[in-house]
Design a protein around this ligand. Structure first.
Ligand code: M6R
Length: 610
């Protein structure tokens, strides 16, 4: 979603801010803007559309300065045009402010300010805040105090950075519900919504917590609470390398991330599989070990792709740990007053660790007394810091908006948790060893499937003009059907639906004719015979069948129009293999339709608003 970068230092400001914005592009946005401070005034340039549009405008109207802030906006209030783009300014053009989040009571603030003579230029919620700061400043409050006073009136969520032309050596940043990080440099300092924006310049960062405010100056950063108490922040060293947020020779981040999966799956398992004992080790779970081992029920909550991984977790835990599991969308969980009893453990799954609904669900679960475990990718993210204990995916930054490598790593982590718990309960050492062996073999098997790219591209060529797709699977492969359909719809804009294969007869079968490609995940497992019958039902109605099948299954070749063969594995681990061809199919179809796969329309990488 929206992205923030601010800089105070000696480097040419516009390149620093623009490069930072480009690193934030992956979050999804629809307009961009920049403000610099020079000679006691603010220089504002903003534009609808891509950052390249902003760059063109800056080439026509160059600006400079020693301090500045810049923003990519993902519209919530007001259409995505250049007027509504951030930064926003007050009536006197003294303040400029960028904001991620939503100011819920902006209507009341705006009405009050209009009655006091303020003139509004935009349809955004954010503009109310900059006028409110102006209002306090007019009444002789210093800049910092005026920001604090304004924030105390705000209901909703924010990550903000604000500058004042009277104080060109200061950027004030504050956070409530929207991530912000400050970067410590040598004679220069930064603020950003995401470390990737500043990683070119510094790896020393401090993450702001909710209700904290940072006063960023060239030679130091002071952090306080919104209520003005000093806060000692830890300076942390960011671990990831710049190369991991670059395309590395691939045309798109999405393809790079799909191709990385043999190593990201290996990284998710590194040091966690103990072959000799047939067990998994989960270092980060100490805090909740007792709760985990005594759990009588698990609730797993997440959004989007992470929710699909959660469904697979439900199948795994129920089959092997024999404990009831419920999976719920975080957006429903948070408002539904869910029943959480003693010995219930909540697992939250989030690649970004910043998804607003998942974060709220996690806090609700904590409020209700549950032990909460997190499965996150982004190190230091809000969810990762808020849970009682957890495990990181170690998949490295995922830049493509469509989640790919995070999904396979999430499923890998859930398999590790299952193995860990099952071996503590009633799984035999022999079964444990079998699973460990199969898990260890996954990276090589994924590599083999990635080698099928040319075949998958040819299938994409045949169907890329289709208007609809159906994805069907059973058991562990039902969530894969959902995920395959999500991948296709989000990057190619083709309508696609995933169903449990048996449900087809209860409605979707009405859609099937010769124009409907149906993707079956039909691996050799306990539901194989059933799914073969479903394939026949589709064929009888002249639907086109694309099957993901197990190597050596000759039978399926006689029934499907196209078969993509993948290696055999344990049933519970199949999703890690079966999703790979579906990711590639979605990718190639989207490319053939000339879609922007890394930044699909309307989507954001981390959904930090409700
Ligand atoms: O960062 P999270 O895992 O919490 O994100 C959840 C969803 O927003 C995310 O998976 C989304 O559905 C992706 N675009 C799917 O590719």
């Amino acid at each position: 979603m929206c992205g923030i970068i601010g800089y105070l230092g000696k480097k040419p400001i516009v390149p620093v801010l623009l490069e930072g914005l480009k690193r934030l592009e992956y979050r999804g946005y629809d307009s961009a803007g920049i403000v610099t401070l020079s000679n006691g005034k603010i220089n504002l340039v903003k534009q609808a559309g891509k950052i390249s549009n902003l760059e063109s405008l800056l080439a026509e109207r160059p600006i400079n300065g020693v301090a500045g802030i810049a923003h990519t906006r993902w519209a919530t209030h007001g259409v995505p045009n250049s007027t509504n783009a951030h930064p926003h300014t007050d009536c006197g053009n003294k303040f400029a402010l960028i904001h991620n989040g939503i100011i819920e009571n902006f209507g009341a603030i705006k009405t009050d300010l209009i009655s006091k003579g303020h003139e509004f230029k935009t349809q955004t919620d954010t503009e109310a805040l900059v006028h409110l700061i102006e209002e306090f400043y007019k009444h002789h409050m210093p800049f910092e105090e005026a920001v604090r006073a304004a924030l105390l009136q705000v209901e909703g969520t924010y990550g903000i950075a604000v500058v004042c032309s009277d104080e060109p050596d200061v950027i004030i940043a504050a956070r409530k519900g929207s991530p912000l990080v400050v970067g410590h440099g040598d004679g220069e300092n930064f603020v950003a919504s995401d470390v990737s924006a500043i990683i070119d310049h510094t790896k020393q960062v401090s993450y702001l917590d909710d209700d904290e405010m940072a006063v960023v100056r060239r030679n130091g950063i002071e952090v306080k609470t919104i209520s003005n108490l000093p806060v000692q922040k830890q300076v942390e060293q960011v671990a990831f390398e710049l190369g991991r947020i670059e395309k590395g020779g691939y045309d798109h981040f999405m393809l790079k991330e799909i191709m990385e999966q043999p190593s990201t799956i290996k990284d998710a398992m590194r040091g966690r599989l103990i072959k000799d004992e047939g067990i998994a080790r989960l270092g980060g779970m100490h805090e909740v070990m007792e709760a985990l081992l005594n759990a009588k029920r698990f609730l797993i909550t997440a959004c989007g792709t992470s929710w699909h991984a959660a469904l697979i977790g439900e199948y795994m835990l129920e089959e092997f740990v024999r404990v009831p599991v419920e999976v719920e969308y975080a957006s429903e969980f948070r408002y539904r007053d869910p029943v959480i009893e003693e010995n219930n453990v909540v697992i939250v799954i989030s690649q970004s660790g910043e998804t607003a609904d998942t974060l709220a669900a996690l806090r609700e679960a904590k409020r209700k007394g549950a032990s909460v475990i997190g499965i996150c990718n982004v190190v230091g993210s809000t969810i990762a810091r808020d849970v009682h204990a957890g495990a990181y995916l170690h998949a490295g930054p995922e830049i493509g908006v469509a989640s790919t490598k995070a999904f396979t790593s999430q499923v890998t982590l859930l398999a590790l948790i299952t193995l860990f718990l099952a071996r503590h309960r009633n799984m035999s050492a022999a079964k444990g060893a079998e699973i460990v062996q199969e898990m260890a073999a996954l990276p090589e098997k994924v590599e083999k499937i990635l080698g099928l790219r040319e075949q998958i591209k040819k299938i994409a060529q045949l169907y890329h003009m289709s208007n609809n797709f159906l994805y069907l699977g059973r058991g562990y492969n039902f969530p894969v059907a959902l995920e395959g359909a999500l991948k296709l719809k989000e990057i190619s804009y083709i309508h696609a639906e995933g169903y449990p294969a048996a449900e087809m007869k209860h409605g979707p079968i009405a859609l099937i004719d010769e124009n409907m490609p149906v993707v079956f995940i039909a691996t050799k497992d306990s539901t194989y015979e059933k799914i073969v019958s479903n394939i026949e039902e589709v064929r009888a109605r002249r639907g086109k069948v694309i099957a993901i099948a197990t190597e050596g299954d000759e039978e399926i070749g006689k029934r499907a129009d196209h078969v993509i063969y993948i290696p055999q594995t344990q049933q519970m681990l199949q999703p890690i293999l079966t999703i790979i061809p579906l990711q590639l199919l979605a990718y190639y179809i989207a490319i053939m339709r000339n879609c922007d796969v890394d930044q699909p329309r309307n989507l954001a990488k981390s959904v930090t608003v409700e």
